[in-house]
Design a protein around this ligand. Structure first.
Ligand code: CA
Length: 224
């Protein structure tokens, strides 16, 4: 799960980041509306947490612009007061849910799970492909009675490839989703991590391999 946090109160933004961290969600934080829009337009996030009162463009404008640009990422608006007209306005502009400050981390996480489920992305504990299992809560990859811990980037790559087994996953997608929108990482970073993963699959004795489609990307293949 990759979350974009758009919040200008630095302390609250940091707290939100910490809450994401406890769930092992990847996140980016921006502190004003126009950055929120620019990051949101990258369309790499699963959920956007968006404050309403923001410098240079308010949250309503951000969500309206995103929806005009056909970005469907679920948006949770943060409102400072329990104002019903704000809520209606936000939902009319295309937000998916709202949360009144102050809120508990449990409440926020429940809302995140709910809006990402609505989008059709089921929140699972485990992904499975052929003889492989990837545990999404403890980063373990398992095959038969063998298991290995994956590093964070290895895990994220494996999670994306195992969630898209019907398609070739583009290198570019891995770069933006795993290294982030702002990163200077290059194609060969992806290749290095793919080679780590191949060694781990071999160690596990899995029938599954990661196949390269030259200049495009990767997919999982089961050998018979
Ligand atoms: Ca604010």
């Amino acid at each position: 799960m990759r979350v974009l946090i758009v919040e200008d109160e630095i302390r609250l933004a940091d707290t939100l980041g910490e809450i994401m961290h406890t769930q092992k969600y990847t996140y980016d934080i921006v502190y004003n509306g126009s950055d929120g829009l620019a990051y949101g337009e990258s369309n790499i996030y699963d959920v956007i947490i968006l404050d309403i009162m923001l410098p240079n463009m308010n949250g309503f404008e951000v969500v309206k612009n995103l929806r005009n640009k056909k970005i469907k990422t679920p948006v949770i608006l943060l409102t400072a007061r329990d104002d019903i007209s704000d809520k209606i306005k936000g939902l009319d502009f295309g937000a998916d849910d709202y949360l009144t400050k102050p809120f508990s981390s449990e409440e926020l996480l429940a809302r995140i799970r709910a809006v990402s489920r609505r989008k059709g992305e089921v929140v699972l504990d485990e992904l499975e492909y052929a003889d492989l299992k990837l545990n999404l809560t403890n980063y373990l990859i398992l095959c038969g009675d063998k298991s290995l811990h994956l590093g964070f980037k290895e895990f994220e790559i494996m999670r994306i490839i195992m969630s898209n087994t019907a398609a070739v996953v583009a290198k570019e997608v891995l770069l933006t989703k795993v290294w982030g929108y702002d990163s200077d990482a290059e194609d060969n970073n992806v290749e290095v991590y793919i080679s780590f993963l191949r060694k781990k699959l071999q160690f596990l004795g899995s029938r599954v391999g990661i196949t390269t489609v030259r200049k495009i990307g990767y997919y999982l293949e089961e050998s018979v």
